[in-house]
Design a protein around this ligand. Sequence first.
Ligand code: GDP
Length: 527
Amino acid sequence: MTDMKTEVDRRKTFAIISHPDAGKTTLTEKMLLLGGAIRTAGSVKAKKSAKFATSDWMELEKQRGISVTSSVMQFEYQGYKINILDTPGHQDFSEDTYRTLMAVDSVVMILDVAKGVEEQTKKLFKVCRDRGIPIFTFINKMDRFGKEPFELFEEIEEVLGIESTPINYPIGMGPTFTGVYDRFEKQIEYYDNGEKVGTQAIEDYDELQEHLEKVTDQETIDQLMEDLMLVDEAGNEFDYEAVENGKQTPVFFGSAVSSFGVPTFLEHFLEMAPLPSTRESTKGTVKPTDEEFSGFVFKIQANMDPAHRDRIAFLRICSGKYEKGMTTWLDRTGKQMKLALPQQFFADSRENVEEAYAGDIIGLYDPGVYQIGDTVCGSKNIFSFGDLPQFPPEHFAKVRPKNAMKHKQYIKGIQQIAQEGAIQVYRTPHMEETILGAVGQLQFDVFIYRMKAEYGVDLVMDTLSYQIARWIAEGDVPEKLRRTSTNMMVYDYVDRPVMLFKNDFNLEYFQNQNEDIVLSERPPRTE
Ligand code: GDP
């Protein structure tokens, strides 16, 4: 038991969220370097575009300069076992990202000092806030000129609706950036041309001023002193409980590209960030230290390694200990399953897992047995963590293969990609035409690209004017209402009926006319 507690207590599982270009890759890489998980800078970028366990559809990412996959990285630092779940930065991939956020215990939000809170950050942030996930803020690119710290605090409070509390405070910015003053450790960390040139412990603000007079101009010092007084007097005091409940975010400043502020940030973060959390289930609260093994599938990804055409289901462990060769049960089917060679992901490799604990993410080979939201239990005493949130598609398009000879590969590709949950796939009742549903338009591009790259199928695609999809949870839709000028009934990939509507008005009208039909935003889970 103590063994389990020690293991759980040293685990920190988090995601980094940011608007594209704020510096997520750079910060991740610097953290991995600190942990000794990679040896050279540039590995994460290289991984992003080339050899890491992602398939060649990353080409699309390169072409568009966006990040479309999430990955999991584990490393150790100062005795902690850290699991970083990468989230795609582009808004169109939000569905995948949202699910990833269900598997973490905290989130690091990166803001570009010049841009502040950007559109994408807002969306992701809302999900964190709704779930009460603790958020830590890293304000990046302090070596550039940007917004004043107070302006940023105000933006965080106003736009995101959460209190902020600076753990360290920048001394100047852009050309005058001299370093940060760590309010917790009471020390100056000097920044100099991209290298941290040392720290200086100080007793009080007089001493702080004295030290700074040697390295920076009076104007920068006066501004800092004024700000610090204001933060001390009128700012929010650090409140662990508020942080834990996602109501306050500790704020750090730095410059990821030069690694400045990254070690301090990581150390404070590891101390403050919550441990693997308890989770509610159908049998009550599940504690990370419970003996019985459990976890849930939050992501499925096919063709991670193009050479093997494999598919991986990502499992977040919630309790107990994973041991090699153990037998498990799946909540949805009630079936017993041996976990075949689960893997863990490191910065530049993946390895078979010997043992893993709550907070860890393991990759399960998936011959097609897992669905997103599945609970995996360590005993016959099966329980369930419940469904993961689904985000109903808002864009629809009809597709077919350009070359009818490719029908077999086409069906295979569609089925596999649908099972990943990256895109919704429906078919029309009689003609068996394929309709795709996506949360964002870009998912269609990725789909077209992957069908070509992974299955060798060129597609023809026509956009449809539907905007809403609702599963028919109860009731039967009369034949004449199955296809009208405003709605169409289709089937999803496991044959559940779904109604597509052109707009809210059509949906409401349909519902008013057919009160016995129960429409649902999310699919009922099936065996
Ligand atoms: P991502 O899209 O959020 O993953 O952002 P990247 O980490 O790829 O960074 C985007 C760009 O910002 C790259 O050109 C980085 O070199 C640059 N960058 C990252 N951190 C800093 C920083 O602290 N200062 C400056 N000046 N540039 C940075």
